[in-house]
Design a protein around this ligand. Sequence first.
Ligand SMILES: [Mg+2]
Length: 258
Amino acid sequence: MPGYRVLLLDMDGVLWRGGQPIDVNLEAIRTLASRGVRIAYVTNNSTRSRRSYVERLRALGLPASVDTVVTSGYAASTYMARRGVRTVYVVGEDGLVEEARLAGLEPLEECPDSVDAVVVGLDRGFNYGKLDCAARHVRRGALYVATNADPTLPHPGEPKPGAGAMVAAISVASGREPDFTAGKPNPWLVELALEALGAEPGEALLVGDRLDTDIEAGRRAGVDTLLVYTGVTGPEDPLDPEPTYTAGSLLEALRLFG
Ligand SMILES: [Mg+2]
């Protein structure tokens, strides 16, 4: 038995789907928390702040604190702060602006004359003026950071455009690709989650529903992975990249924790 002591959880497709809680996974998480397994969350969604996720997670009976919720907005902001960025033009929503401010940056939502960095996340108010401003500063040499490159968001019925669609528009208009993309499959979210828990990669199991983001991020971070079939991937889909384990749900995989 591997006996993992740390659980890193993707959110959409693991905790909830289309806004509905996935009880079979939530029950397993509560059981593991009661046995002392340490838990953190990793999500490519930058539109909500860590603080707002903590409220939602606690309402579901899950252990959560601001330190153990790693969003791509927090991860992108932390990266910029560690690179010495001070001012940043934000293409994104309130959650990204809040995380930039908490990281000690000065987030600017009106188009500035000059700026150290441009950060781009999902922005449901994206428009030509924001595209023009972001592309101009990227072209002039500002550090160019994306929260994630997801082309679409899961949505009941039809997928919706994701952050990657806005990043692509700015890249085309500026002629540059992002200098850094914080979200999965980059291992940065996973590394920040391990750092928050004071854990080593070998102690942890990452649970996700997507191969190209969750499982690939775990692989790059040196963390074992469990693909659960409660989200976008089904048992009939080819396993590329290959997760360490697969299961119908987290409840079916409790044996991995000894
Ligand atoms: Mg997911």
